[in-house]
Design a binder for this molecule. Structure first.
Ligand code: AMP
Length: 314
């Protein structure tokens, strides 16, 4: 099973209470691909500039990620500058330089056409919609977005939301998109815009899945929300990419299973949390690059133990 992902492939300049890095490899599609690559085949659509080196590409190909769909264009790669001060749950964007993404025309290589799972990672919703249109036969479509696109690209985003089985966003984005402060009202207002289910990430506090009454990818409607934990951590070095890594673990696990069931969905939420917890341990993609499947399974067991309540407790 393969996931096709479109999204930013970028260089990030980041400041956190733990330090500062300049132009490290990042981007929503990059973090997502690395995380999902531990579970399934991943194929990337994106564009990079002349500053993107073979060593950058090797970060993905070493993990088996297919980069045939990453176009190399004249100019500079997407560059995001952000900082975290006080709350590590939400980044403050200091600069977004779209660069080569501003004129990108996504083309799907023929070798990608049989991808069964589509992930519309964070990028201009116009590009997300174009890729969706070129992949009409996929089994499932999940997506992400952020305040930058919600604020000024609402009409284009509305087109993408109508196409989604599952949208994954954080608390702030859910409030901003819906205009509702209450998390349950916000979730239902967002699902009324299109997504059949919504995964809201709460940073260090885990994630909650909400379901509409519409079935998706073979899953009949589920009415009770599901809350997955996050690992309490004594040190968060850099939260950048945690959301994309969550999405990569979540969707990678789903794609690795023969059938999507409510249990597979819930397990996927746990794997999402596991991958997010690793991503924040080092700057940029460093931790995911060094990660092993054994470490993932070990932490998955910890997540289960942490949130398990025996039925026989009086
Ligand atoms: P997150 O997982 O939410 O922390 O996403 C982090 C990644 O999003 C960074 O590596 C950035 O390069 C990327 N990013 C930041 N702003 C945007 C944007 N407006 N569109 C697409 N990607 C972005």
């Amino acid at each position: 099973m393969a996931i096709l992902v479109v999204g930013s492939v970028a260089f990030d300049s980041i400041e956190t209470p733990h330090g500062k890095v300049d132009h490290v490899l990042g981007g929503a599609a990059t973090h997502f691909s690395l995380a999902a690559s531990f579970f399934t085949d991943v194929r990337v659509i994106g564009v990079v500039g002349e500053d993107f080196t073979p060593a950058d590409e090797a970060v993905m190909t070493r993990r088996g990620v297919n980069t045939l769909g990453i176009e190399h264009a004249a100019g500079l790669s997407f560059h995001w500058t952000g900082e975290y001060s006080g709350s590590l749950n939400e980044a403050k964007t200091l600069g977004t330089d779209l660069n080569v993404f501003a004129t990108f025309e996504p083309k799907i290589p023929s070798a990608y056409q049989d991808s069964e799972y589509l992930f519309l990672a964070n990028i201009d919703p116009v590009l997300q919609a174009r890729v969706r249109k070129q992949m009409p036969g996929v089994k499932m479509v999940c997506g992400d977005t952020m305040n930058y696109w919600i604020a000024d690209h609402g009409a284009n985003l509305a087109v993408v939301l109508r196409e989604l089985d599952v949208l994954l966003i954080n608390d702030g984005e859910a409030r901003m998109l819906s205009g509702e402060q209450n998390p349950v009202k916000a979730a239902h207002a967002v699902m009324a815009m299109g997504p059949k289910a919504l995964v809201v990430k709460h940073g260090e506090y885990g994630a909650t899945a909400f379901f509409s009454d519409r079935a998706f990818a073979g899953v009949e409607s589920v009415t009770v929300p599901f809350r997955a934990p996050a690992l309490p951590m004594s040190e968060v070095v850099d939260p950048t990419g945690a959301g994309d890594s969550f999405a990569g673990g979540f969707y990678g696990y789903i794609a690795s299973q023969p059938k999507l069931t409510p249990t597979v969905f819930r397990t996927a939420m746990f794997y999402g949390g596991v991958m997010g917890s690793f991503a924040v341990e080092k700057f940029g993609t460093e931790r995911l690059q060094a990660l092993t499947r054994e470490e993932i399974e070990e932490r998955f067991r910890l997540f289960r133990e942490m949130s398990h309540l025996e039925a026989s407790v009086a």
